[in-house]
Design a protein around this ligand. Structure first.
Ligand SMILES: Cc1cc2nc3c(=O)[nH]c(=O)nc-3n(C[C@H](O)[C@H](O)[C@H](O)COP(=O)(O)OP(=O)(O)OC[C@H]3O[C@@H](n4cnc5c(N)ncnc54)[C@H](O)[C@@H]3O)c2cc1C
Length: 440
């Protein structure tokens, strides 16, 4: 299940940490969020170390579809209704600034950066599209409702954001790596007495940024209640018509499209691991078979991202009691601009500078409370369900995903192979024993 981005993109290897360290800033996690944050802080003169449990870019970032856009579904009308016009405006501006920063960093870099229009289409809900475009214009953005344009199926229309972008995420990150001090195969296993513990050394830093996708501390900060994961499936086809725009569906789990060179990337599905049977994995191939019967599937992969309770990422102080620990997570499948927004915001916070987006993204924002109660009840039910095997993260009952041949955790999205090996966190190790694999 190599993604298009991994195939043919050689990344340098970095040695593991042997001994203690005391950098100005420690960044934990070498994905898009961690590497961008480390890069911004390094450019500002900080002495930064990055530790990565495996290899850089080996997490969700390898499975993205890499659309760089401030259009995140129909978020602006929802955000305005939920938190007011100023919150919607700030969210838009933070993401447009992130897009602008990509534009300047990608300039001259060999990373396939191309300006494209972004579209969110709906099969039935034209009114919601109109409302979104109006909200975006009201907060100072550019948006219009068009027809479905290049899409091969009928729609009620699409909201277009001009001047957005797409790129090759791994080639882009590769251009930043020479400036960074990175230790691979170096997992953070705990935080104690003001130091981050790794298997072969302690790191005492002035500031620590947790960019491990799902935050690695199991209970602190309550992220196990504030996050869930959603999984989607992507295939790349040759012999399918190219699209100029980048398309996502307003309806959850609908088809997304973008071109990458001579390939068409088709994404689809959006379900919580452990709550579905993996049947959505065939969606991109079924779509292509129906609309582009002569297309040939050349890559197929799946990935899952952390979803926040209110659709806004958690970027800021990890918890009220840890003023020198910061976090970037909950990107809701919009972690390209989200990671860049995190890098810019966290660089300010770590260096003690004010930043106008601090409150909007604060992981301790109060809007989260009612949903937290609902999540606690659901997690408790999953923990109490009598079943084997159980997830080593927090003990939830795992469920079999027949289509992907894995054991999936319905609470926090960890996944394990049928042999018990760890496929995806937040669990940090595999299962000691697993039931006999079912015969299919
Ligand atoms: C199918 C799909 C399509 C997407 N498409 C888009 C898109 O078009 N546009 C967009 O904006 N976003 C998109 N996203 C979202 C985006 O890809 C993610 O939000 C983003 O890549 C997350 O980056 P990250 O750095 O937070 O996580 P990761 O890339 O997972 O990086 C986290 C790193 O931390 C490491 N780590 C974990 N625990 C530890 C530890 N204890 N110690 C040390 N290291 C640790 C991991 O090994 C990993 O390398 C998509 C997501 C999915 C699932």
């Amino acid at each position: 299940m190599k993604s298009l981005w991994e195939d043919g993109t050689e990344l340098p290897r970095f040695g593991r940490l042997e001994g203690d360290l005391s950098p100005d800033v420690l960044v934990i996690g070498g994905g898009m969020a961690g590497l961008l944050t480390a890069y911004e802080l390094t450019r500002r003169g900080a002495d930064v170390a990055v530790i990565e449990a495996g290899r850089v870019c080996g997490g969700v970032t390898r499975g993205t579809t890499a659309k760089i856009t401030s259009q995140h579904g129909l978020i602006y009308s929802r955000l305005e209704e939920q938190s007011g016009t100023d919150a919607a405006r700030l969210y838009y501006e933070a993401n447009e600034e992130a897009l602008a920063r990509y534009r300047s960093l990608a300039h001259g870099a060999d990373c396939g950066f191309e300006e494209r229009d972004a579209y969110v289409y709906s099969l039935m809900r034209r009114g919601e599209l109109e409302r979104e475009a109006e909200t975006v214009r009201r907060i100072g953005g550019e948006a219009e409702v068009t027809d479905g344009g290049e899409l091969p199926f009928p729609t009620a229309g699409a909201v277009r954001f001009p001047h957005q972008a797409q790129f090759h995420p791994l080639r882009f990150l590769r251009t930043l790596l020479p400036e960074l001090r990175i230790y691979e195969d170096t997992e953070a296993v705990g935080i104690s007495g003001g130091a981050v513990l790794t298997p072969r050394g302690r790191i005492r830093a002035g500031g620590t940024v947790i960019a491990t996708h799902f935050p690695f501390p199991r209970l602190r900060g309550g992220y196990f209640l504030k996050l869930c994961q959603k999984r989607s499936y992507v295939s790349a086809f040759e012999g399918a018509p190219a699209v100029r725009g980048m398309y996502v569906s307003a309806e959850e789990g609908g088809i997304s499209l973008r071109s990458a060179g001579n390939l068409l990337l088709v994404g689809g599905g959006s379900s919580r691991p452990g709550k579905a049977d993996g049947g959505e994995s065939a969606l991109p191939a079924e779509f292509a078979a129906r609309y582009f019967p002569s297309a040939r599937e050349v890559y197929r992969w799946a990935a899952q991202d952390c979803m926040s309770l209110d659709g806004v990422p958690y970027i800021g102080r990890f918890s009220a009691r840890t003023p020198d620990i910061f976090v970037a997570t909950g990107f809701n499948k919009w972690g390209m601009t989200g990671s860049m927004a995190a890098a810019l915001l966290l660089s300010d916070l770590v260096q003690g500078r004010p930043n106008r987006y601090e409150k909007l993204f604060s992981p301790s924002r109060t809007v989260l409370r009612p949903q937290l109660v609902a999540n606690s009840v659901e997690a408790a039910a999953d923990i109490l369900t009598p079943a084997v095997p159980r997830c080593p993260h927090l003990g939830c009952a795992l469920r079999l995903n027949a289509a992907e041949r894995s054991w999936d955790c319905p609470c926090h999205g960890s996944r394990f192979g049928l042999d018990g090996s760890l496929l995806e966190g937040p669990a940090t190790h595999g299962l000691k024993s697993v039931p006999t694999p079912p015969v299919t």
